[in-house]
Design a protein around this ligand. Sequence first.
Ligand SMILES: [Zn+2]
Length: 227
Amino acid sequence: MTTCYMCSNEATSHEHVPPKCFFPELKDLPTGVNYRKDLITVPSCDSHNSEKSKDDEYLRMIIVSHYENNLAAQHHFSKKIMRSITKRPSLLGIIKDPRPAIVEGKSTGAFTVDRARFDKAMDCIARALYYNDNKKKWAEPITIQTPALFPIKRGDYKEIYRNIQHIMLMAEKIFETSPRLGSNQEIFYYQIYCDEQSRRLLVKMVFYEGYIVVAYSSPTINWPQGN
Ligand SMILES: [Zn+2]
C-alpha cells in the first residue's frame, strides 16, 4: 500500500507541489509559454490533498500579492485570481484588514495574514519536497520563516527581523553552490539540505522569483524561532 506523504493513511490521489493553482494556466499566458512542465507530485490521502481544502488558494493569494514578485505573478494575480474571486466571492474574506502601507519608500498594500495557516501549508510543501527527493517522510518538526511577512504589530519586531535575516544568510551560505531544482523556475524553485544523522533539514523555496520561504528542522542547534 502506498501511504500519504504526510501521514500513514493510504494515498488516494496525487498532490501537486507546490499546489497546481500556483502555476498559471496556458490560457492566461502568451503563446508558447508553459509554466506547467513536469510539475512535482507526491502520493496523498484525502485530508492532505490541499486541492480539497482552500489552503492552497489562501497561500497563493498571499504570495502573488507580494510587492516584489515577478511579471508572471502579476499576470496571475490579475487574471486567474480575479476569476476565482468572481466564482467564489467568499475568497475575498481571506484578506483581513486591507490597508495602505509604505515599504522601502513605495506605496503598497498590507493585510493581516493567518500565520498558523500559512505555516501549516508551507510545512506541507517542504515535507512534500523532501518526500519527492528521498521517497520517505521527514519525521521532525519544521519551523517556517520568511522575510516577506513582517509582524508590524509586535513590539519585539526588531529582534524577530534580526532572526529572519540570520536564517536567510545561513540559507544563502549553505546553498551557495547547490542547484536550483524545479522545471518552471520563474514560478518556483527550491534547494534542499539534509543531514539525517543530526536530524537537520533546510529547504529554501522561492516563489515567483521574489518570495522566499525557508523551512528548517534542528533539534541540536539553537536556531532562531519562528515569529
Ligand atoms: Zn495524509
